[in-house]
Design a protein around this ligand. Structure first.
Ligand code: SAH
Length: 329
């Protein structure tokens, strides 16, 4: 099977899929995301969202959509900020795009009191009003295809069984996909990744914003220049593990190719820019907010706030590897 089929089965199989069976987040789970590190993160997305509402001329109705909301933490922190601006809070219709029944339950608890509509995918989000679409570590959960260069062309990278173990192999030759322009360098054996699911989902976001106005904010790890290379990875209990082991029991991800997504946004005549996570959070005022929280905090909490700020913004932590793609009409 293709890497794409394997990935889809591992994460989304109705019975054995990783995201269907469990809540993978937090220290007891497999990985920790920015909103789970500190309330500062979701609050900064709240500042961003309020700023977009302003920019749109303070509309009475705004659809706020989060893709892959996990435990609902980002949305809860965002809405804490929204409540400080009553007209903004009153304008919001909240939509969550989530496939995991376990996580939907958590989101329901955390967002009690808010009117929330759940969706299996982005296509059912109404387009009658402007959309603000946000997502943290959502795009990286959508499957990729991989291709391997051999002699004179690109071949699908496939996964099969050999001696009772899963193994990679070479499938059929593929043409017609957007392969990188041929180069004189020796690229024998190199891997090219491409995610039709990611691009289709992102195109749908762009279509909605292009039709009704609004903005998109997608945060993920990835690169701002397209490049060859294998970034397919599996994470379990906060460690990298073999992608072919623990099928359905480890998270599968790959780096997001933000350059391709920026080009896609331009196809829809939208403005796109990509910042490092640290640049984005600083521009929203994360340091000022951290200082404010520390004023009311105990000594232990003050240290925790400093550590969280460090983790979210330092270059050797999440500050540079994570990128923030912003798209506006
Ligand atoms: N944004 C959260 C969770 C990130 S984990 C955070 O930062 O903490 C990825 C999230 O995407 C989970 O909520 C998972 O259930 C969801 N997800 C994975 N594949 C999906 C798909 N195909 N459609 C919708 N949601 C998906």
């Amino acid at each position: 099977m293709s890497v794409e089929t394997y990935w889809t089965l591992c994460l989304s199989h109705p019975e054995h899929g990783y995201y269907i069976k469990q809540d993978p987040l937090g220290s007891a789970g497999d990985f920790t995301t920015s909103p789970e590190i500190s309330q500062l993160f979701g609050e900064m997305i709240g500042i961003w969202a309020a700023e977009q509402w302003n920019r749109l001329g303070k509309p009475d109705t705004l659809h706020l959509i989060e893709c892959g909301p996990g435990r609902g933490t980002l949305m809860a922190d965002l809405l804490r900020i929204a409540k400080l601006i009553p007209d903004f809070a009153a304008s919001l219709y909240i939509h969550l795009v989530e496939t995991s029944p376990k996580l939907r339950n958590k989101q329901k608890q955390v967002l009690e009191g808010w009117n929330v509509i759940w969706h299996d995918n982005i296509s059912t989000i109404p387009t009658a009003f402007p959309n603000l679409i946000v997502g943290n570590e959502f795009l990286d959960a959508l499957p990729i295809r991989q291709f391997v260069f051999d002699k004179d062309g690109w071949f699908e990278r496939v996964i099969g069984a050999s001696n009772d173990a899963l193994t990679f192999g070479r499938g059929g030759q593929v043409s017609g996909t957007d392969f990188p322009a041929s180069t004189k360098e020796n690229i024998q054996g190199q891997i090219f990744e491409y995610s039709p699911a990611r691009e289709a989902c992102f195109a749908e976001m762009c279509e909605k914003v292009s039709a009704q106005g609004g903005a998109i904010l997608m945060i993920d790890y990835g690169h701002t220049k397209s490049a060859l290379g294998d970034t397919f990875q599996a994470v379990k209990s906060h460690k990298f593990v073999d992608v072919l082991e623990n099928a359905g029991d480890a998270d599968l991800t790959s780096h997001v190719d933000f350059e391709r997504l920026m080009h896609k946004a331009l196809d829809y005549k939208l403005a796109a820019s990509c910042l490092n996570q640290s640049e984005f959070l600083m521009s929203c005022g994360i340091e000022q907010r951290a200082r404010q929280l520390k004023e009311k905090a105990m000594q232990d909490q003050r240290r925790d706030i400093d550590l969280a700020l460090q983790r979210l913004t330092a270059d050797d932590q999440m500050g540079t590897l994570f990128k923030v793609l912003e798209v506006q009409k």
